[in-house]
Write a protein that binds this ligand. Sequence first.
Ligand code: 5AD
Ligand code: SF4
Length: 448
Amino acid sequence: MNVRVSFPRKIFIKTYGCQMNVRDSERLVATLIDYGHEIVDTEDVADVYILNTCSVREQAEIKAIGKAGHLLRKKLRRSGVLLGIVGCMAENLAENLFKLNSGIDFIVGPRRIGELPAILTSENVNRVVLLGEANSQDITEAMHDFSRGNVCASVSIMQGCNMRCSYCIVPKTRGVETYRPMESIVAECEILAKRGVKEIMLLGQIVNNYGQNAVEFVNNRSPFVRLLERVDNIPGLERIRYMSPHPKGFRKDLIGAHCRLKKLCPSVHLPVQSGSDRILGAMRRPYTRARVLSIVGALRTSVPDISLTTDVIVGYPGETEEDFQATVDLLNGVKFNMAFIFKYSPRAGTFSATLPDSVSESEKDRRNKVLLDIVQRHSIEHNKMMVGRVVEVLVEGHAKRGENKFCGCTKHGDKVIFDGQVTLIGKFANIKITDFAISVLYGELLST
Ligand code: 5AD
Ligand code: SF4
């Protein structure tokens, strides 16, 4: 591509929300740089502010609207500065955002972010609104930003979601499922491997739905599993992860892939949302607690030390103490390595927002804390067990704090911090675990 714009801009991007959003921002950064713009880390030197937003819970929107207000005040003190809201909240609130913040210059939904660099090449950007489906295949899909290292990369394999979970805003913000052609995903992974990327995360709203009705099943292997097999064969790549699968399509072929494919990491994020069949039904989640337990059992039979993480919502409309206890039981029974616990947040436009938000805020807080305590206990138990072991860590870069501190992950997804040197970045290091906190292990470098 490499279009040189006549007035390069200094662009500040802040990203909220999930890994899909992080990936969207990364593509945006890479494309903007390709157009000749500059990405800056500080608001004060920027002449374009972009907030890539999330709508999944009300709190995420409140945060982004607050930040947009703060940036508007900065913008008013300087001339010619642009402020844009992109991503899921842009799609969800659309033109209403102009009423909330009169200084907004562009509103771009997640499916249209690829068009933004071209918009920013024109001098006058005035109340641009780009929402809904993209008009053409998004050619920015394969763009990557290596400015912060190239050890791990995310590759988006699909967009949108065809499920209709009663609480979820995503089908509204990201639309129906569309799948990238397998060849194009594999080609992107091959390029990444040639650039030195060692670990790839395949991303999608429901990755195991990849290619349904569009790509063939071969020998009972789903398109997603066939994609994993293709990526597993790419020389130079060492690790493959994926996020997030749905319990509904988590079949034998995917469990088998965890045994067969050497590069597929022994770690699965399996969002269960609730341990109560009654609540799962109300949420329109098409599986039962027994099904979740059978997937977990099958995964652990195939890969005994597999690391499992999940998402849970507490306080869904009508969730009784008995329903909640069923979730407590599920978490106690499965012992997930990590779980993200969310308090139910009604989202206008979803089915559940038409139901009374019957669980009080204080009760949601209590349930949230009970589950967090369980998760923390399991996490500490796991981390304690790791002390004294030697693990293989893919070194990603500098740790946030500490001059000679470096960080990386094990194939199970445990984050490890240790004393090291820059030359280790991108390499595998053997680290002896010596200590831990709730969500991190500390260790000593033994060898590479
Ligand atoms: N309220 C609370 N949590 C939600 N999630 C999705 N929608 C809502 C909502 N309305 C959670 C789910 C999902 C994660 C990304 O966010 O647990 O897996
Ligand atoms: Fe991601 Fe969903 Fe938030 Fe959109 S609404 S950024 S898809 S978590």
